[in-house]
Design a protein around this ligand. Structure first.
Ligand code: ATP
Ligand code: MG
Length: 449
């Protein structure tokens, strides 16, 4: 057992071995050529006809082998970006630091990448790293073996050639996939130091593919999790969004907590998931997102982050209200505080932050079910999102059932039906409000949308 372990560790590190990939035939791997999009096959064939090596690589091969539908198809080749561009009329080079070529085929765009080389010392090209060892630049062309070695997990380093229908496998990726293991290529600690996002990718891919993270790759995550703080917030945002919209958000978030990775990443999760109500709310929200993704429906990032951050807002808003602050201005104050803290960790774009605020700002307005106000709420551009959000609050027990039912009925009622549903105004409120309006900065109806 120990010998096997040692030989596995040593075996993987011997450079000679990495250069002899297994070439796996269709009888063993089972991936059918027809499962690859026509545009992608055409791209590979054209490159091959021009004398270059070309393969479908990465997530698409992995997902097809696992019985999932790939999101997109990537091609890897030994042709340089210039050479690729010369093979296709409708193509252009994008990216500055590491150039890739977008090939347009019909309605599809295929991303073609030149094999990347070593960035370690062996290759003679020492990569630029930051103080923590995070790789900043990584733009050297290389051989196919080198390209495979710099990918993250063995299941992501598979090269499928649709012409011969074989898979070139340098790191036992096909076997790992069959054994349902997510294994890091190389030393996991080094690979996490180079790019801490790989820890999040491990969690996401394991959840998406139903794989167990190999103990060697799993163990260091707990101690190295804090390195994620050095990742630029915009990259982190992209990765978290991928995770939350993977269709397996519940499983991903559960696993993030198990690995201790949620600390600092989504500060809200630390606090919220420890309260029963918060946990119920987030779980409901992520569950409904997962269902939507699996049904092929769009999910809005604004809605998602609004749900994840809501209980954080509540925890700031409620003490303000209890201290006698007026409800609406203090809600806006709580919203801004939460979004400011979050912005330091994750770069939530301005547009998404706007969506989030719209959804939150609608919530107190659902409490008003008398007079003209409910009609005004119906007219809000983000009404539907705000209403779906309200239903989640009802589902989690934060808001009474009758509020959700009232709005559902009001939404579907006729004009007369709606008029009949309006609750009587509390005595004196209409007059009081009218009198106070000119001197009040923000009332529910004049609150910024
Ligand atoms: P999905 O497309 O389902 O999100 P993916 O694995 O295809 O997952 P991409 O970001 O599309 O993810 O990356 C394509 C390929 O590039 C991966 O399969 C992997 O081989 C490689 N790769 C991506 N990110 C990294 C990384 N951080 N470190 C090393 N290799 C990576
Ligand atoms: Mg991909």
């Amino acid at each position: 057992m120990i010998r096997k372990f040692i030989s596995r560790v040593l075996g993987r590190k011997k450079p000679g071995k990495q250069n002899e990939p297994a070439v796996i035939a269709v009888a063993q791997h089972g991936l059918q050529r027809e499962e690859i999009s026509r545009a992608c096959r055409r791209t590979v064939e054209t490159l091959q006809e021009n004398g270059y090596q070309a393969f479908i690589v990465g997530g698409a091969v992995r997902d097809l082998l696992a019985g999932l539908t790939p999101k997109d198809f990537d091609v890897a080749t030994n042709a340089t970006p210039e050479q690729v561009r010369h093979c296709f009329r409708r193509s252009r080079i994008i990216g500055r630091r590491f150039q890739i070529v977008h090939v347009n085929m019909g309605a599809e765009t295929i991303e073609v990448t030149t094999f990347r080389g070593h960035h370690g010392e062996q290759g003679g090209n020492k990569a630029q790293v930051d103080d923590q060892g995070r790789v900043l630049r990584d733009n050297v062309f290389g051989s196919q073996a080198e390209d495979a070695a710099r990918r993250d997990f063995t299941v992501n380093a598979l090269y499928y050639d649709p012409t011969s229908e074989t898979i070139v496998d340098y790191h036992h990726g096909v076997a790992d996939l069959q054994q349902k293991t997510l294994r890091m290529i190389g030393d996991p600690k080094t690979r996490y130091r180079e790019d801490p996002v790989r820890m999040l990718r491990a969690v996401r891919l394991a959840a998406k593919l139903g794989l167990a993270i190999d103990p060697e790759a799993r163990r260091p995550i707990r101690e190295m999790g804090s390195l994620i703080e050095n990742v630029p917030p915009s990259r982190l945002f992209d990765e978290i969004l991928k995770l939350l919209t993977s269709g397996h958000a519940v499983r991903c978030v559960t696993q993030l907590r198990e690995e201790g990775l949620h600390h600092g990443l989504l500060p809200l999760l630390d606090v919220i998931l420890d309260q029963a109500l918060g946990e119920r709310f987030v779980t409901l929200a992520l569950g409904s997102t997962d269902r939507r993704v699996r049904e092929g429906k769009p999910v809005s990032p604004g809605f998602l982050f609004a749900t994840l951050l809501w209980h954080e807002v509540l925890s700031k808003w409620e003490p303000l209200k209890a201290a006698g602050e007026p409800a609406i201005p203090s809600l806006f104050q709580a919203m801004d505080e939460v979004l400011d803290v979050q912005a330091e960790k994750l770069a939530i774009t301005r547009r998404i932050a706007g969506d989030i605020k719209d959804i939150w700002a609608l919530q107190p307005r659902f409490e008003q079910r008398s007079g003209k106000r409910p009609y005004g709420v119906l007219q809000q551009p983000r009404f539907k999102a705000g209403y779906d959000f309200l239903l989640l609050r009802v589902g989690s027990g934060e808001v009474g059932n009758e509020v959700g039912e009232w709005w559902t009925d009001f939404l579907h009622a006729s004009d007369e039906g709606r008029a009949a549903m309006l609750l009587p105004q509390a005595p004196g409120t209409a007059r009081k409000r009218r009198r106070r309006r000119p001197t009040t900065d923000v009332t529910p109806d004049s609150a910024p949308e």
